[in-house]
Design a protein around this ligand. Sequence first.
Ligand code: 4AD
Ligand code: MG
Length: 503
Amino acid sequence: MSENQTTPVSELENHVDQQVTLTGWLYNSRAGGKVLFLVLRDGTGLCQCIVEKGKVPDETFEALKHLGQESSLAVTGQVRADQRSVGGCELAVTAAEVICPTADYPITPKAHGVDFLLKHRHLHFRSQRQWSIGRIRHTVIDAIRRFFNDNGFTLIDTPIFTTIVGEDQTSLFEVDYFGTPLHLTQTGQLYLESAAMSFGKVYCFGPTFRAEKSKTRRHLTEFWMVEPEVAFIDLPGLLELAENFVSSIVARVLKDNRTDLETLGADIAALEKIQPPFYRLTYTEAVDILTGPKANDFLAKQLQDFQNTKKELDTKIADLETQQGGQMKQWKKDKIAAELIELRSQLSEIDTKIENNPKHAQLAADFRWGKDLGGSDETIISLMHDKPVFVTHYPKQAKAFYMKTDRANEKVVENFDLLAPEGFGEIIGGSVREDDYDVLLDKINAEGLDPETYDWYLDLRRYGSVPHGGFGLGVERTVAWITAEKHIRQCIPFPRMADKVYI
Ligand code: 4AD
Ligand code: MG
């Protein structure tokens, strides 16, 4: 069947009262005596197809009636406008052809465990959530490229096999490169700095590897990072660039993926607030917040809210369990069972939050100036704000060697992390780079790195060194924040995690 003979579901509204053919997969179906309601999924949307007995040959009706979830098929019929239908249209079927009938599709509409779904990611892609997240990821990536391409940046592809340590020496993936040990890139930044001295404004965008053992919802071992680098820029200039950049991504998703955001239950009103200027705190101010009464009061109030939510959930669950005991139709039973699965999973999340709250309060209270902010510290700061927060000027010892020492306060560096609001934490890390040859060489030595390996990097400070800087934004963390998805493993097609690679 050639493409021009079929109509995408997303274009049905332009074909009302016309005859069209749709091709796709059976998302779900319901039989009501002499009529079948088939929901067809075609990659562009969902369409309810109505098959009435007598309007199609009897054998077609019977075949469709017993068709399993995810069978592939082509259906032909009349498009009818119907405001109650998803997408605003439905199809009155007059002919159908089953392409591949399917029985026992492993992923049913009832809830499955996370492990099971990750092992079936190749099929789980077909679910509404994965579909919406995938489309939003696509928009985010397009918006990233659009922003830099429209603002005078040149794309520079940096290598994946590298000789240098970009970030943390403990998170390197070593590879045997024809007998020479190399590692997979942790950042393209150092190479990008050399390109910035040629092109002025550059960016790289690609997969990034970190052998991080931390099995948190925010860490993958393979993730996608976009990194801009700019010659002749200072810290305020970088913050401005970052807030315009992030705001442009959110605006694009709001424009292109509103239905997907609704499907995912994302907080659209909160996303609409994402506009410059973002909040700005120094690290020292952030530490004062964490160790002072503000964070303490905030966490106490949060605990109270969690306990209230827990009570509400307990009541709802008890209520449904009582209902479950009574007589009712099968579909109602299934509905209650599905609701219970969802509520119990919410309850277990709240229990974890109630358990963690005092631990996080303790960590915050005990925080001492000098350490890097931990995940829970970032969560507290970001939860206390309704827009992203820049935290700037971290202690020198907590950050990477290439960050520029603040000449006004040599204990700190001219850097920033951008924390996404409402508990999502760091989505960007960036800094002004050390541009003085001697200071940089000292830092390379202090870090225990071999100055020979970094000789080319030092060349950039020998020949026409200029103030410059940049940052890196993690794609999966950004998608997780925008889609309100808790775990970033849901925001990359085939996730690689410290403890598991599924398929
Ligand atoms: O803060 P990071 O480590 O910064 C750099 O790599 C700099 N060289 C970037 C630069 O200045 N050009 O990482 C940047 C971002 C983080 O804020 C986070 O969003 C993401 O990359 N990231 C991860 N995402 C998923 N899993 C991980 N293990 C990640 N580590 C960092
Ligand atoms: Mg960082």
